[in-house]
Ligand binder design. Sequence first.
Ligand code: ZN
Ligand code: ZN
Length: 535
Amino acid sequence: MPVLRVALDLPLHRLFDYVVGSASADDVGYRVRVPFGKGERIGVIAGVTDASEWPLAQLKPAGDILRDLPPLPRDFFELCEFASTYYQAALGEVVMQALPAGLKRLAAPVRRAGRLASAPAQATPPELTAEQAAALDAIDPQAGFAAHLLFGVTGSGKTEVYLRLIERMLAGGRQILLLVPEINLTPQLEGRVRARFPGSVVVSLHSELAEAARERNWRAAFAGEAAIVLGTRLSIFTPMPRLGLIVVDEEHDASFKQQDGMRYSARDVAVFRAHQLGIPVLLGSATPSLESWANAQGRRYGLLTLSERANPEATLPAVHLVDTRKMKVADGVSEPLLAAIRTRLERGEQSLIFLNRRGYAPVLACAACGWVSRCQRCAANLVLHLADRRLRCHHCGFEGRVPKACPTCGNQDVHPFGRGTQRLESWLTEQFPEARILRVDRDSVKSRKQWEAMLEQIHGGDADILVGTQMLAKGHDFPKLTLVGVLGADAALFAADWRPVDAGCRAGRTCRAEGRGADPDRIPRSPAICRAGRP
Ligand SMILES: [Zn+2]
Ligand SMILES: [Zn+2]
């Protein structure tokens, strides 16, 4: 009697054996219904044998083998096996997380006559710069596996390089997987890709898609019908029979790393998958991760550089480094910066002062005995929030009142030490009483709605000085903004983690640790609290 070895979505490093009336090696990769405990589950057949480590009489019989989809291919299993070993996750979990929800459910999936959208008119591709042309020449789509790091300054036209490369791959009849960070997967990007390739089916795969749409798109990718798949990190596991190229845009982005369940880096899995299939992989960024940078320096990855902006009218910003050891500094702001803000105010332009620490001050301290406001629950310091007079741990979420006197020596004179965005905001208000100052951090922006309202306010020119954390630092185009000041720019060099953003929170997944490198501010998604209930 044949035995099915079945991968189930359980955190156990083993497959489960079931007997079946008839089966062959061709059944590997099909889904199957199996009894488990008191109920039933859907699993994936990972192997068919005629022996088991258990006596056959003790094995339960499998239920129906589901053949509504072609079997998952061998290279899919190899990819999952790699991820399972490398990230210490159970094979069943890896295999099952790659499937859309509808395919994992016991109730027969409802057939949807889904329509894959076709594209509007074609956009005329822009002329390539010399650097773009050189980058394209360096990537040989036929040469098998090669990893390239495309290091291009903002506005240098990385996307155009991707699109030209995609065009070549499409001509060869191959599929393309374009991975983008969560926040960049917008309808605009999808529209741009669609408009460029009107003859090809383009689908997106991400967690905010409705379940039916996600399943439809996944099926199109798996069937080879979708030529281009635009997706966030999870889509790296999508089986694609004619995959010929993987592009990871903004490869440094923290959202490529999954922070719960199986902790994997989609960028690294992308490189493995390209190697496995013998195809090129292109990692693009204006600010590459140090890991990829090191790989490029060590010549494991090819380095392609775009140092000039594609539009010759656009100039790179002038950067002035102010040495605060030699310059007078008041509350973190140097004289030249203060003067520059004043000039912008006079001209009716906007300034942005970037400080990667929210709250009023990072710690409350007693000068008499050396007491500092430490968190009772973890190793971080409690941050002073003056607006509502609370001490908060940005690491674990602990909260407490501000003591009237030092808890150890009774000294009445406890002082805030260092500065956060709230303190900077109030100091700037004293300096420029006439200016409209807007603070943008996770304390002032708690929902997507508030965030959008604030962006509108900035765009509408209803703010003169923006004080913000990294929430403001990325990818926004504010037309009136002509000055950016970064306070304590070298502080991050002394942090425990070299990654500027990616400080994972131990308490949960939407909240992020602070004080170990940088402010974890991010746009809250719903629900805006992590599993441990921390804001
Ligand atoms: Zn004290
Ligand atoms: Zn804490």
